[in-house]
Structures are given as C-alpha cells and as structure tokens.
Design a protein around this ligand. Structure first.
Ligand code: ZN
Length: 123
C-alpha cells in the first residue's frame, strides 16, 4: 500500500520503522527481508518509477530508537505500540514489554497510560 501511494504521489522513498530486536517473532523485520523486497518494488512499479525502501532503524535497539526520539522531541504521548487497539496499553504484550524496557533503559518514563506497568530487570 505504501509503495502504491508513493508511486501515485511521485515519492522517491518509503520508510519503515522496523528494528532488529523484533527478529525473533517477526522475520519480516530482518534486513534480509527489506533487501529482498526492493526488487519486488522495482518490478511492481512503472519503469520510470524509482522508490527506495528504507529501514533506518533496522540495526538499532529499541532503547537507541527511544533516545533518538527524545533528541528529536518526538511526542511519545501520541505514539502507540500495544497490540490492543484502544487505551490503556496492556503493559504486558511483547510490544509493551520491549517499549517499557527501552524507556526504562533510557532513564525516562513512558508518557502513555498502561493497565500494568511492570519494571524489567537489567540483563
Ligand atoms: Zn500491550
């Protein structure tokens, strides 16, 4: 869908926020997936279309991503990671657990509301 939108709007790149720590549960978060997907974009668009698939955080940890967002002033209270589709975030699904751990490691409290807010031991 993003590539179709990009082609229809003369965009030159599609960005995805996948990152390396999701490899285990989500094989399509691996760099190899994005490398394999680029030729699909190339053959699936008009010959004159050039759209790059970019995954700038693929090799970053979630903690590094949180820290980068803090540097950029990302309004984290407007972001969502939970598998639930409405607030409050559960605090226990994988997405919540990784997110909460990343904020904890960054030394900042995640501003969104959670049903449970477990703390994670450092490894
Ligand atoms: Zn959750």
């Amino acid at each position: 869908m993003a590539v179709s939108y990009a082609e229809a709007n003369d965009c030159t790149a599609v960005y995805i926020g996948a990152h390396s720590e999701d490899y285990s549960g989500y094989p399509d978060c691996r760099p190899e997936f994005f490398e394999a997907f680029q030729p699909v974009i190339d053959v699936g668009t008009r010959p004159e279309t050039e759209i790059d698939l970019r995954a700038p955080f693929v090799d970053a940890s979630k903690t590094e991503i949180v820290e980068r967002g803090l540097d950029l002033g990302v309004p984290y209270d407007d972001t969502w990671s939970c598998y639930r589709n409405e607030p409050p975030a559960c605090g226990t699904c994988d997405a919540c657990a990784f997110r909460l751990q990343a904020f904890q490691r960054a030394g900042v409290e995640d501003p969104i509301e959670y049903e449970r807010r477990p703390t994670y031991a450092e490894e």
